[in-house]
Design a binder for this molecule. Structure first.
Ligand code: SF4
Length: 602
């Protein structure tokens, strides 16, 4: 099959069975790969009542049809499962080299089920697949685990690993790869930990078959040339995502003191420019990337090296916790990456705890003597360690914000900033209706990457609440996740204005299947609706209320900056949701209607 590794690998860690099957051509036609495969297998194979941390859950690792080929940013991997954080669908994306390597070994998806009795890792080298003991790696941080595997197997092996947070089933534990890339959101690392699967190491040396080599080379060259010619390339490569920190603060979208506002007075100390000057050593990119956004930093004060911090990390570990020194933020970033914590949920959860401390809901008795004040880097570092090891207060916070409110009491629920149980990522949404709707309706919880709609708010006016905003969110929710199904990065389109019209012809050249851009968007819509159906099946009572915004943005006016004193009226949030459902072909409870499912072939 052109464009694919050709095999699905299935591993059952309970009984040790391993089998491979051919990648179904129909599956590729209807779901492309990557996130599409992840959504399909999640819906069809994870039982409705499965415990996310039980043997029935599946860890589904999928490459896309572009993975391993010369296409800008074709180094993205999807990891799907039932989320231990939200109880619904988790689809987490990680860049680096793993997706290319698994394609070279011939795998489109690796599906792990069951749970091993003792710690193990999965060894894949072309057709050779083994479950190997990993007792000596258990307890190690992500960096040491990767280094040990590469030392014993060879540098050419690419790895997915978990740290202590994944082992200890922290609900927002991540999976690390390539010394600093993470599948961060939804607790995919905890699912791996629940299976006592410390790592997956893969090596392959096969070619990916391409249907029309001439057309593929022509399109590929055109795409790289367009990226190189982009006037935005220089700044993007110099600062990566940290280049938006100052902009986000200026428009009051930079989460500050637990989302009470979007403006941090001392933001200049966290800017991309300061970061580049003070700590960045070199640039680092995913497989085949012409515009590497990764920044490899040396944090001299703490004697560590880390990839980052990228914008989201600075927003949540920095602004949201009111840290104002880039070296402190970078060290917190290092701790999260090594312990295996999602920097977004970890930062948001500690910021939530800081507000509880400020309001007297938590005291020093609860924190074990830690002065859990905003702006206290030592308190943040201590909490991150305790969360990963589930010590003291860390054991509660390891469950995430929503479950912590059940322990801390009703008062804390008023300022919990999460949707569907997932902590909100790095955009403050008191007065950004499109972005707020994007968080409300995102298919994994309050995550930004499905629809970065704040630019639409700025373009048409952020005070406006119109049906067009729902349309803009839906459109983005089809384009951006489509990239995750193809296996490539969206940032060349977003940041370098790479023309979307390149994608259908190059996919046709690779796979031999002639599909228009509109066909591809319909596949993306199919995936979106399938994951929505999964939520209804997996979460009892799921419906409209699950899409409600965090109370804070509709009840407490923003503090500081350009949006000071503003909020989004509850009725406006509900109008947006009504328009969104209507335009999607869903009923008023947010369930896809039969006609829509028929249209999509579901
Ligand atoms: Fe990876 Fe960044 Fe390049 Fe995207 S832009 S492929 S995330 S390095």
């Amino acid at each position: 099959m052109y464009g694919y590794g050709g095999k699905i690998l299935r591993v059952n860690l309970t009984d040790g069975s391993i089998r491979t099957e051919a990648t179904p051509a129909d599956l590729a036609r209807h779901y492309l790969g990557g996130r599409g495969f992840g959504a399909y297998f999640t819906f069809h194979e994870i039982p409705a009542g499965a415990d996310p941390l039980g043997a029935d859950n599946r860890l589904i690792v999928s490459a896309g049809p572009t993975s391993g080929l010369l296409i800008p940013g074709a180094g993205k991997l999807d990891i799907s499962c039932k989320s231990p954080l939200t109880g619904g669908y988790a689809g987490s994306n990680v860049g680096g080299m793993f997706s290319a390597e698994m394609k070279y070994a011939g795998f489109d998806s690796i599906i792990v089920t069951g749970a091993a009795a003792q710690p193990v890792y999965l060894y894949l080298a072309n057709d050779r697949v083994e479950i190997r003991p990993a007792r000596e790696l258990w307890g190690c941080g992500c960096f040491d685990t990767e280094a040990a595997l590469k030392k014993s197997l060879g540098e050419e092996f690419q790895t997915l690993v978990i740290g202590p947070a994944g082992e200890n089933l922290v609900k927002y534990a991540c999976i690390g790869s390539d010394y600093g890339r993470q599948a961060g959101r939804g607790g995919v690392g905890a699912v791996m930990g629940s299976k006592r699967l410390k790592a997956i190491a893969v090596r392959g040396d096969r070619s990916v078959p391409v249907a029309d080599l001439g057309a593929y080379r022509e399109q590929s060259k055109a795409m790289f040339a367009a990226c190189k010619a982009s006037p935005a390339l220089g700044a993007w490569q110099r600062y990566g995502t940290s280049g938006v920190t100052t902009w986000a603060n200026e428009i009051a979208a930079f989460p500050t003191r637990h989302f009470r506002g979007g403006f941090l007075e001392e933001h200049a100390t966290l800017s991309g420019e300061v970061m580049r000057e003070k700590i960045v050593v070199t640039d680092k990119g995913c497989c085949g990337c012409p515009s590497p956004c990764g920044k490899w930093s040396h944090v001299r004060r703490y004697g560590v090296r880390v990839e980052g911090p990228e914008y989201e990390t600075t927003a949540l570990l920095g602004g949201d916790c009111a840290l104002t020194d880039i070296e402190d933020v970078a060290y917190a970033n290092y701790l999260c990456d090594d312990l295996g914590l999602d920097t977004i949920s970890a930062g948001a959860t500690v910021a939530f705890a800081m507000e509880c401390f400020e309001k007297g809901i938590l005291t020093e008795k609860d924190t074990g003597g830690v002065k859990l004040e905003f702006g206290n880097p030592r308190a943040l570092f201590t909490l991150l360690e305790r969360i990963a090891r589930r010590e003291g207060l860390g054991d509660t916070l390891a469950e995430g914000v929503r479950r912590s409110t059940q322990v801390f009491g009703e008062r804390s629920n008023d300022f919990a900033v999460e949707v569907k149980g997932m902590e909100q990522s790095g955009y403050e949404t008191h007065r950004a209706p499109s972005m707020l709707l994007a968080y409300m309706t995102c298919d994994v919880g309050a995550h930004h990457n499905r629809a970065w709609a704040i630019t639409y708010d700025l373009k048409v006016g952020r005070d406006l609440v119109t049906a067009d905003k729902a349309a803009a969110v839906i459109s983005l929710q089809h384009i951006r996740p489509l990239m995750d199904a193809l296996g490539c990065c969206r940032l060349q389109w977003v940041e370098l204005s790479l023309d979307l019209r390149h994608y259908a012809p190059i996919l046709a050249a690779i796979t031999g299947l002639d599909r228009s851009w509109e066909d591809l968007l319909q596949i993306s819509e199919r995936i979106w609706n399938l994951t929505r159906l999964y939520w209804f099946r997996a979460v009892e009572g799921f419906g409209r209320e699950a899409d409600y915004p965090p109370k804070r943005f509709t009840t407490e006016p923003a503090v500081g900056g350009a949006t000071a004193g503003k909020l989004t009226a509850w009725d406006d949030a509900m109008r947006l949701l009504d328009w969104y459902y209507e335009q999607r072909g869903w009923d008023t409870n947010g369930r896809p209607m039969p006609a829509k499912l028929r249209d999509l072939g579901l």
